[in-house]
Ligand binder design. Structure first.
Ligand code: PAF
Length: 287
């Protein structure tokens, strides 16, 4: 496995892989890898792709009061995990090489990025689209794997790829959870023991909602209310940012739950912002 810091070297290596007929898979990450990231790597490797993991904490997607400077980092461990998982290249550029001091171009998705997390994190998805577009141009992957946990990010990136004609297949990989159901996130490390118990509310309320739907609830308004009550009653440490019941592809609010409905929520537990979601699909036992 090679660790590459230079954009020029990454471009040259990708060109060489392509010349020898290899398919290239990209797994964009901000490092501090966990099982969720590794499942994305495995997805790429299983598809026979020479797998590049980008490890770059992207300053442009963090708001002024967000956790860019404290975002957890452990580059040595990340490299070890990548090596063990069969990654060919860890691409870890510096912020200075990625962003010229006088940079003046942002890639902005204007339909899907405004609601849900976009409403409380203005500019976040423009930062994500900009760095992902740059990574696509540098690595020129045949496929790129993103986690379904960031459902809005996945939808926004699919739209960017469609609208800007990036020649890359976007693969969404299932959410990976801790044994007790908490969705894996690099930010889970911020949680104290007591907050960790409260954080379980996010997974529990999704399971509760799936149960309500199985029992016949189809009214999105009533379902949202029941979810908010469930959290307020059982998980007072969960400060809800939003509970959304939307179409999984368009992210538009739905009045009634149907196949493809996405239940998504974001909340603060202490100083940690967490997200989780569930897609309701016929035949999976949750619709
Ligand atoms: O999901 C993430 O970790 C980041 O948003 C991504 C896609 C690596 C872009 O910085």
């Amino acid at each position: 496995m090679k660790v590459v810091e230079s954009i020029g070297e990454m471009v040259a290596l990708s060109d060489a892989f392509r010349r020898e007929g290899s398919r290239i898979g990209l797994v964009p990450t901000m490092g501090y890898l966990h099982e969720g990231h590794l499942s994305l790597v495995r997805e790429s490797v299983a598809r026979g792709a020479v797998t590049v993991v980008s490890n770059f904490v992207n300053p442009v997607q963090f708001g002024a009061n967000e956790d860019f400077s404290t975002y957890p980092r452990d580059f040595e461990r990340d490299c070890r995990l990548c090596r063990e998982a069969g990654v060919a290249i860890v691409f870890s550029p510096s912020p200075e090489s990625m962003y010229a001091a006088d940079r003046s171009v942002l890639v902005e998705e204007r339909a899907l990025a405004n609601g849900l997390c976009g409403a409380s994190r203005p500019g976040h998805f423009a930062g994500v689209c900009t760095v992902v577009a740059k990574l696509f141009n540098i690595v020129r992957p045949d496929l790129a794997v993103f986690g379904q946990k960031d459902a809005q990010q996945l939808a926004v990136i699919r739209r960017m790829v469609r609208d800007l004609d990036f020649q890359v297949e976007i693969i969404g990989a299932p959410i990976v959870r801790e044994a007790d159901g908490l969705a894996m996130s690099s930010r889970n490390v911020y949680l104290s023991d007591a907050e960790r118990v409260q954080a379980l509310g996010l997974n529990r309320v999704l399971a509760f909602a799936a149960g309500q739907v199985r029992d016949g609830q189809r009214d999105a308004g009533r379902l949202r209310e029941a979810m908010a009550d469930f959290l307020a009653g059982g998980y007072p440490g969960v400060e809800v940012d939003y509970i959304a019941i939307v179409d999984g592809a368009t992210l538009l609010p739905q009045a009634a739950v149907t196949g493809g409905t996405l239940l998504a929520l974001a909340a603060r537990v202490g100083r940690t912002r967490l997200i989780d979601n569930l897609t309701l699909e016929p035949g999976t036992g949750n619709l």
